[in-house]
Design a protein around this ligand. Structure first.
Ligand SMILES: NC(=O)c1ccc[n+]([C@@H]2O[C@H](COP(=O)([O-])OP(=O)(O)OC[C@H]3O[C@@H](n4cnc5c(N)ncnc54)[C@H](OP(=O)(O)O)[C@@H]3O)[C@@H](O)[C@H]2O)c1
Length: 262
């Protein structure tokens, strides 16, 4: 499948987020640079980073070196909540490090320690978006109650909530709560929270002649959940992007759903 045909979810402002992205936590320095370059070469068009990861410069370098057009790559970075009050300064640092004029998505990495900081930070992020430094803004590690507080205060739903997710954490109700609020669910740590030797995953992987890791990724995509696997291993980087040549049956989806809370 050509990367231009990769499935996307639609965010407010007509922003298209590819359902498959590349995670970069702990991918720093030369290894991080090489991993991102390999990922772009393997067809990923969505890179997930954060101020906290300390690798925005490497990512910017890989994006430039890839020869791809900036507008063909979706870049997410994240605001550490301890930067409350310095939101604009922090995204400006990210943009400088990445070497870009705007990011596609800017997330509040966690809810601030002081709940009183949550709404003012969200308002500031919306203002930053409105000046064009981020095309869309969202949150990470937020509960549905916290999302509702943001919406109630500003009438603006976060475009995305990035949370830990995998078949083993599957929670139908939580997914529906996001959908009902127009918040795209983005899962992180798909492998770290999975048992890749689970018999359900290995059976389904065998039926499609793919790996259990590829089944986990495809399961997210078939649920229209964004997934951002990380790897610094070239073979895995490629295999994790090669998930569009098969799809899961409704029965297989149900069997995988049943690994979680259902
Ligand atoms: N918002 C947040 O608070 C938050 C928190 C955590 C993560 N994230 C984001 O989500 C991304 C993904 O999560 P993650 O890095 O925690 O974990 P992950 O993607 O679930 O797992 C990464 C680990 O799995 C290994 N791996 C990769 N492909 C594999 C495969 N095909 N088979 C077996 N093992 C494989 C990697 O090893 P190698 O690298 O050695 O190949 C690495 O050790 C992060 O990189 C980050 O961008 C966000």
């Amino acid at each position: 499948m050509d990367h231009a045909d990769h499935p996307v979810a639609l965010l407010p402002g007509d922003v298209r987020i590819p359902l498959l992205g590349f995670g970069t936590w702990q991918a720093t320095g030369e290894a991080g640079f090489k991993a991102v370059l390999a990922a772009l070469d393997a067809g990923y068009r969505h890179i997930d980073t954060a101020t906290m990861y300390g690798n925005e410069e490497e990512i910017g370098r890989a994006v430039r070196e890839s020869g791809l057009r900036r507008e063909d790559i979706f870049i997410t970075t994240k605001l550490p909540p301890e930067r409350v009050g310095r939101e604009r300064e922090t995204i400006e640092e990210s943009l400088r490090a990445l070497g870009v004029d705007q990011v596609d998505l800017w997330l509040l990495h966690w809810p601030p320690a002081d709940p009183g900081d949550m709404i003012p930070t969200w308002r500031e992020m919306l203002a930053v978006r409105d000046t064009g430094l981020a095309r869309a803004v969202g949150v990470s590690n937020f509960s549905t109650t916290q999302i509702d507080e943001l919406i109630q205060a500003t009438e603006e739903n976060p475009a995305v909530n990035q949370i830990k997710w995998s078949p083993f954490l599957y929670d139908r109700q939580r997914h529906a709560e996001h959908r009902d609020r127009g918040v795209v669910l983005e899962g992180y740590s798909p492998f770290k929270t999975s048992d890749l030797s689970d018999p359900v995953l290995t059976r389904i992987a065998g039926a499609h002649n793919v790996s259990p890791a590829q089944v986990v990724l495809r399961w997210h995509i078939d649920h229209e959940i964004v997934v951002i696997p990380k790897s610094v291993t070239p073979d895995r980087i490629r295999a994790n992007a090669d998930v569009f040549g098969f799809s899961l049956t409704a029965e297989e989806m149900r069997d995988i759903d049943a690994l979680g809370k259902g």
